[in-house]
Unconditional design. Structure first.
Length: 260
């Protein structure tokens, strides 16, 4: 055990498990948690043993119950602007060059929901509760809870969620596409690890380029996106792993991907 609010375990199967552990505050994101999570993501980016990451919250009650509201209470608008000018944990997750899966249980509110939105795939167990609750405290989502949310579930659902500030349960989150997997209570981490393992067997080059290409689809017109996709395909084609994958298929054997 460690009292660090962010822990990382690197498993033999190439999956890194990141645990947020600030249970007395339902894993709310304060300055320290955000910084340590960014440090973890940076270290995992550089670590060739790691092919896929899974992010989850410790304890029975929450993935993350939001940004730490007590930090908001202590800041002026100008101080909050200075915070926003610094690198942000949500962007660090989105820019992480490997797939990252959020395994969500319990409260997933405000900045917690935005953290899950910044991941690539979301798994929820039956206890998961999502909301963009900022409107309840006279604010609005400020880290993707209008932008990434609208791109994931469409503007109508995003508006409904952010304008009411109401919690939606796991079943509804799954129905509207806010999460990609819904599992029974307590199964979220196992399911995320299973999905991660199904990704981790492939070339890290392919994993990285697919993430880059799909993210670009959110930002570019179709014609520009297709151009980029073609270039990224050619990058994969020219990689050692691309050559190895094609060769292994013709030789009827399993490919041995090295990440180059
Ligand atoms: N920021 C700071 N502290 C938070 C927090 C947050 N976002 N969410 C929970 N906590 C703290 C509580 O203040 C409490 O601390 P305390 O024991 O020192 O008083 C502790 O976590 C446990 O929370 P508590 O409210 O007692 O649990 P609960 O089960 O009664 O209620 C929630 C759970 C999630 C409904 C409630 O904590 C809540 O509404 N939190 C704020 C959620 C939110 O609006 N998030 C978005 C912020 S933009």
């Amino acid at each position: 055990m460690s009292d660090a609010p962010v822990r990382v375990e690197i498993r033999d199967d190439g999956i890194a498990v990141i645990t947020l552990d600030r249970q007395d505050k339902l894993n709310a994101l304060n300055e320290e948690v955000r910084q340590r999570l960014m440090d973890a993501v940076d270290a995992l980016s550089e670590d060739d043993r790691v092919r896929v990451a899974v992010l989850h919250g410790a304890g029975d009650k929450a993935f993350v119950a939001g940004a730490d509201i007590s930090e908001f209470a202590a800041r002026t608008a100008n101080e909050q602007r200075q915070v926003y000018l610094r690198r942000r944990v949500y962007d660090a997750l989105a820019a992480f060059p490997k797939p990252i899966i959020a395994a969500v249980h319990g409260y997933c509110l405000g900045g917690g929901s935005e953290l899950a939105l910044a991941c690539d795939v979301r798994v929820a167990d039956a206890t998961a509760r999502f909301s963009q609750a900022e409107i309840r405290i006279g604010l609005i989502p400020g880290a993707g809870g209008t932008q990434r949310l609208a791109r994931l579930v469409g503007p109508g659902q995003a508006l409904r969620i952010a304008l009411t500030g109401e919690m939606i349960d796991a079943e509804e989150a799954w129905r509207i596409g806010l999460v990609e997997f819904l599992v029974e209570e307590g199964q979220h981490l196992d399911k995320a690890l299973e999905v991660a393992a199904r990704m981790a067997r492939w070339s890290p080059v392919s994993l990285r380029l697919i993430k880059q290409s799909v993210q670009a689809a959110m930002e570019t017109p179709l014609s520009a996106g297709l151009e980029l996709e073609k270039e990224l395909f050619l990058a994969a084609f020219g990689s050692e792993d691309g050559q190895e994958g094609v060769k292994a298929f013709t030789e009827k054997r399993k490919p041995d991907f090295k990440g180059r």
